[in-house]
Design a protein around this ligand. Structure first.
Ligand SMILES: Nc1ncnc2c1ncn2[C@@H]1O[C@H](COP(=O)(O)OP(=O)(O)OP(=O)(O)O)[C@@H](O)[C@H]1O
Ligand SMILES: [Zn+2]
Length: 655
């Protein structure tokens, strides 16, 4: 009996046909993606596309079984296709070695699939795919794993909640000053090295934004002043290091001069052990084990204890290597756990800083684990999750939505948790999406607004019979409102709106949900400037959700403590820190007209602002208690966990 016959016997003819005819997309060809591709080619799917931007690394081979050592450095998507095709040559697989965020993967492309599988490892890409699938009205089967935990979630517009419906756990945060002046744990020095020192010396030149923000948030003014001085002298060091390979200059600056400068702030050290500046020559000659972990005689270099002298040598060597690279490539260098030069630099410099602050130091292996946010990826977890995704896809294709409950796996069993309907306060999935093939350079903003008005019934008039007043945003950028019409004659291209730009139209009265137009390319030989769907095919926006009043504001919200204020450095799983733009972590808030309103002194205006202020709280995407959906499972499964990428933070306890 052929494979296809066996499949149809197992799942039934109807299911087999829906599988056979379906066109599916797998986003990500890593741990979960490889398992998925293997599953789908063996389950009767015939039209599959797979996309991944990355190439195969040695470290992938222990769990990404479509890859072998001879494939290292080749495209994951392409090799996954080649290997999976051998399992079932009758499947038509298209591989894209690309970023799924590239505009060529536009709304039409997403619309061409019956099901999309998410097999990603970072929030940003997940959020993008979530939004594209909602806009395209294509079911998304989202997944994630972290060690022995994993989850699967079916996302269908207006049926199940989306990726942004639940606020993700806030990653652990550290005050700037802990990282920059008063570290007390190895992770503090590692994050300093990875997220501050390395970018400072070899990354994009820093602006003072971070310190401005810390100052505004009320961190210690004296410390900030010292840090600003440090910054100024650092800019000179940066030039010296890159131009002359001046590792020694860098060493003296950060492990000696800066430390001496900090010591002058006597108040700071009243209740803390003061740091000890390092002398270059003495440290170089020192054989003291500046480390408490690792084994001095370990045969494995990366797991060997490093003495203070070892760390100095490693620091000089890694700095020289990076300086040469910076000079020859003229490109900023970013930390990558698999890039030996950056790993050595981060290990040596964090250990030297630990020596300054009498903090235990770490081996190269440990630093790689912590700075690279390596949570052991477990092949069986990926296999279980990908298996569940495949079954869910079959149910989705047959519209058996009762069988599409979200599932969590917590190391022993896969558990279905209760369905969650979309969060009415979600800033992503409550919008009405209108895909709009358009010639961006020929259509003005006014034409776009008029076009949308013509298909959205409730925009035609408000209660007083006048045309409803609208404002228009591109992300947080205001393009138009009734008091700001400078852009109306500009073309969409002139305003930087291209394929995959989401343009959100907001009812100024706040009565109706937003409408979001998603720009798509229009065939060049088309006579039209755009192709608008008919009014009857556009789902009309519903009434805007009005949450219950917010809880009373804290007594003095402007005067918060340092620890909770600073959120520049965030810790993810395994205590690894990265600098995060906290806005990236927040699901998009609903846009309303009041985002453009600023406080005014007059009494009347204050009144207005207070009203709007209340409304603004309503735009917070965090669910009010009454409507908050129960978490699907104990942490950490709520956030589709990543498989170990630094930009996929999951908060864990401090230790
Ligand atoms: N924007 C994106 N476009 C396309 N593919 C992406 C994008 N972001 C992430 N990916 C891919 O998603 C996959 C996720 O797989 P996985 O979680 O196993 O990560 P990995 O990089 O293979 O493993 P590790 O991070 O442990 O080295 C990766 O192959 C990654 O390249
Ligand atoms: Zn949502």
């Amino acid at each position: 009996m052929s494979t296809d016959n066996s499949i149809s016997r197992v799942v039934g003819d109807a299911a087999y046909k829906s599988i056979h005819d379906a066109k599916i997309l797998i986003v990500g060809a890593g741990g979960i993606g490889c398992e998925l591709l293997k599953n789908v080619v063996l389950s009767g799917f015939k039209k599959v596309e797979i996309i991944d931007l990355d190439t195969i690394d040695l470290s992938n081979l222990n769990r990404q079984f479509l890859f072998q050592s001879r494939h290292i450095k080749r495209s994951k998507a392409v090799v996954a296709k080649e290997t999976a095709s051998l399992f079932n040559p009758s499947v038509d697989i298209t591989a894209h070695c690309d970023n799924v965020k590239d505009p060529k993967y536009n709304i039409k492309w997403f619309q061409s699939f019956d099901v999309v599988f998410g097999a990603l490892d970072n929030i940003d890409a997940r959020r993008h795919v979530n939004k594209m699938c909602l806009a395209a009205n294509t079911p998304l089967i989202e997944s994630g794993t972290t060690g022995y935990c994993g989850n699967v979630q079916v996302i269908i517009k207006d049926t199940f909640e989306c990726y942004d419906c639940q606020v993700k756990p806030t990653p652990k945060t550290y005050p700037v000053c802990t990282i920059r002046s008063t570290p007390s744990a190895p992770i503090h020095t590692i994050v300093w090295s990875k997220s501050y020192l390395l970018p400072q010396v070899f990354g994009e030149a820093e602006d003072q934004g971070e310190l401005d923000k810390a100052a505004m948030e009320g961190e210690n003014a004296n410390e900030i002043k010292t840090l600003r001085e440090e910054q100024d002298s650092f800019n000179k060091v940066r030039e010296a290091v890159v131009a002359e390979g001046g590792a020694r200059v860098l060493f003296d600056n950060i492990f000696n001069h800066d430390v001496k400068r900090l010591l002058q702030m006597e108040d700071m050290w009243k209740n803390r052990v003061p740091p000890t500046p390092l002398d270059f020559e003495a440290s170089l000659d020192s054989n003291t084990h500046a480390t408490e972990s690792g084994s001095a005689d370990s045969g494995i270099v990366d797991q060997r204890k490093l003495t203070l002298g070892d760390n100095v040598k490693l620091f000089i060597d890694a700095t020289d290597r990076l300086a040469k690279r910076a000079v020859s490539t003229k490109q900023p260098i970013e930390f990558d756990k698999d890039d030996k030069d950056t790993l050595d630099f981060v290990t040596a410099s964090s250990n030297l800083r630990s020596a300054v602050y009498t903090i235990p130091t770490k081996t190269i292996f440990e630093v790689k684990e912590m700075a690279g946010n390596i949570i052991p990826a477990i092949a069986t977890t990926n296999a279980i999750i990908a298996g569940e995704q495949t079954l869910k896809a079959i149910n989705v294709l047959q519209r058996r939505l009762d069988l599409c409950k979200p599932c969590v796996y917590l190391g022993s069993q896969l558990t279905a948790v209760s369905f969650e309907t979309p969060n009415p306060a979600c800033g992503t999935c409550q919008d009405t999406f209108i895909p709009l093939p358009v010639k961006n350079d020929e259509v003005s903003l006014q034409q776009l607004i008029d076009a949308v008005r013509s298909v959205v019934d409730v925009y035609k008039s408000s209660d007083d019979g006048e045309a409803r007043e609208l404002s228009v945003f591109e992300k947080e950028r205001l393009l138009y409102d009734p008091d700001f019409d400078e852009n109306v004659d500009k073309s969409l291209s002139d305003m930087g709106c291209h394929t995959n730009t989401f343009i959100t139209i907001v009812d100024e009265d706040g009565e109706y949900e937003n409408v979001t137009v998603v720009l798509a390319p229009l065939e060049t030989d088309s006579q039209d400037k755009y192709v608008l769907p008919s009014s009857s095919s556009v789902k009309q926006p519903g009434k805007k959700y009005r949450p219950p009043p917010p809880p009373p504001a804290p007594e003095n919200p402007r005067k918060r403590g340092r620890e909770e204020d600073a959120n520049t450095y965030t810790e993810d799983a395994q205590g690894v820190l990265t600098i995060e733009d906290s806005e990236d972590e927040e699901p998009p808030a609903k846009k309303t007209h009041n985002e453009t309103i600023t406080l005014d002194d007059s009494d009347d205006d204050v009144q207005v602002v207070q009203e709007k202020g209340e409304e603004k709280v309503t735009n917070d995407t965090s669910k009010p208690e009454e409507t908050a959906a129960p978490a699907p499972a104990p942490a950490p499964a709520q956030e589709a966990p990543g498989t170990g990428k630094p930009d996929d933070p999951i908060s864990l306890d401090d230790d």
